[in-house]
Design a protein around this ligand. Structure first.
Ligand code: FAD
Length: 444
């Protein structure tokens, strides 16, 4: 097939360097990513995707798959290769009767959240609304509803998948159980998902954000009490903490009746105040949609970015001391977010996602604008996370950056990786989809 034939075979635009829209299409969330695909196919359907995949294979072009463009290392954008841009496929259709949403493979979280909330429904989605449903869900998908309803991937009832062979499959528990297992946590390794079918849950849309702020030097005792209280937290609450500069913020995000959430805040406040001087207290009622968009600006585009993450099965005193020891000294901001609840109830072997035993996810993240600072910023994030390596129980695949194969081994157990490699061998033996946290094909 020539590029002329490609252009007439697909409904969407085919862009090349110099075309209007080309630079916008190759620009992703992390401004450090500056790669130039040979072709960008702006796909409008599964058929377009299948044609683009076949064209790329025939011309031996590396394939990148773009949804929200929030993958931190920019795997979506292949240098000199073919980028499948799914963003023209951003629609969400909700069936309130069956409580299901059909979400196209290029949709952003905000499209899903908004469409579901119009019917008083929701499903687990991440915390920043310009993130893509695609990458987030295929890696797992952590959000404020996960302790109640499971991860985003736990709520996917079926997928429509275009494979490396250019076939379009509907993948569900009955129709294709092994792929259904692998797509729930295995990332973009098995093909291009053009549609996700999500289960939705009644969710009136009220939320509360609760923070108690301490100077880092005085936060050790409070952080231990905050950690102890997390163990028995209501599932409507997701314990979270941030450390920015010398300030430690301990609290939780509540999705549900704000009066009940405020009572939880009251109890936590008195426990934390016992531990040290009275903290600064910020309790903010907001709608679920406001909650889902409140970090959109601070997590906005056009900054240079780097992060490193860990899972902790337990937040022991040593971990707390190590986390706090670098506060204010290093440049990255740190966040901790609690898992547990419904996430932990799904048996580990039920999905490719690995991390159900995590008590907390840790991320040290840095943003800056001057390229001259790249080395220093990246080193600082690595150093911060590096002091915690010995306490970590693995990492969230979507929080990996440039760790390569070693990172993938942190994200999955050996047994799970072997099963994923066998599945990859079956559906993508030539590793066409390798621009991701790659699972190399392995003969079973
Ligand atoms: P892209 O860069 O478009 O895609 C990343 C990779 O996913 C691609 O390279 C491709 O391999 C694959 N992919 C994407 N779509 C498809 C598809 N339809 N079919 C096949 N493969 C596909 N994670 C959480 O769990 N919870 C959060 O709250 C959260 N918050 C975040 C906030 C920000 C600001 C950022 C930058 C990231 C956040 N993440 C969160 C991590 C996020 O899940 C990953 O960065 C994820 O890869 C982003 O997906 P994307 O579609 O936006 O990115």
């Amino acid at each position: 097939m020539t590029v002329q034939q490609l252009r007439s075979a697909v409904e969407g635009d085919v862009l090349e360097p110099g075309d209007p829209g080309y630079d916008e299409a190759r620009t992703v969330w992390n401004a450090m990513v500056d790669r130039r695909p040979r072709w960008i196919v702006r796909c409008t359907s599964a058929d377009d995707v299948a044609v683009a995949v076949r064209f790329a294979i025939a011309h031996d072009l590396e394939v990148g798959v773009r949804c929200g463009g929030h993958g931190i290392v920019g795997h979506a954008v292949p240098d000199g290769g073919l980028m499948i841009d799914l963003r023209p496929m951003g629609a969400v259709q909700v069936d309130a009767g069956t409580r299901r949403a059909r979400v196209q493979g290029g949709a952003l979280l905000r499209a899903l959240d908004r469409a579901a909330q119009e019917h008083g429904l929701a499903t687990t989605a991440g915390n920043v609304s310009h993130t893509g449903v695609g990458g987030l869900t295929l890696g797992g998908g952590m959000g404020w509803l996960a302790r109640r309803h499971g991860l985003a991937c736990d709520n996917v009832v079926s997928f429509v998948l275009v494979t490396a062979a250019g076939e379009t499959l509907r993948v569900g528990a009955e129709s294709n159980p092994e792929l259904y297992w692998g797509l729930r946590g295995g990332g973009g390794n098995f093909g291009v998902v053009t549609e996700f079918e999500f289960a939705l849950h009644p969710e009136p849309g009220q939320a509360l954000s609760v923070e108690f702020r301490f100077p880092a030097s005085a936060a050790g005792g409070a952080m231990r009490r905050w950690r102890d209280a997390a163990a028995s937290a209501d599932r409507r609450a997701t314990w979270n903490a941030t450390i920015a500069g010398g300030t430690v913020s301990l609290g939780f995000v509540w999705v549900g009746d704000p009066v009940e959430g405020a009572a939880v805040a009251e109890r936590l406040g008195s426990e934390l105040a016992d531990a040290t001087e009275a903290p600064q207290r910020i309790v903010e009622p907001l709608s679920y949609l406001e909650l889902q968009t409140r970090e959109d600006d601070v997590e906005g585009h056009a900054w240079r970015r780097y992060w490193k993450g860990h899972y902790f099965d337990a937040l022991g005193d040593e971990v707390i001391d190590a986390v706090l020891s670098r506060a204010g000294r290093d440049l990255p901001n740190v966040s901790l977010q609690a898992y547990g609840g419904a996430i932990a109830e799904v048996p580990d072997e039920a999905t490719a996602f690995s991390g159900r035993g995590a008590a907390f996810e840790f991320v040290a993240a840095s943003r800056w604008s001057d390229p001259a600072e790249d080395e220093r910023r990246i080193a600082a994030a690595r150093r911060y996370a590096g002091t915690l390596d010995r306490f970590a129980s693995g990492a969230y695949v979507n929080a990996l950056a440039d760790e390569g194969a070693a990172g993938v081994r942190r994200a999955y157990s050996e047994a799970k990786l072997a099963r994923l490699r066998a599945l990859k061998y079956e559906v993508d033996p030539g590793n066409v989809f390798h621009l991701n946290q790659n699972i190399p094909p392995g003969r079973p």
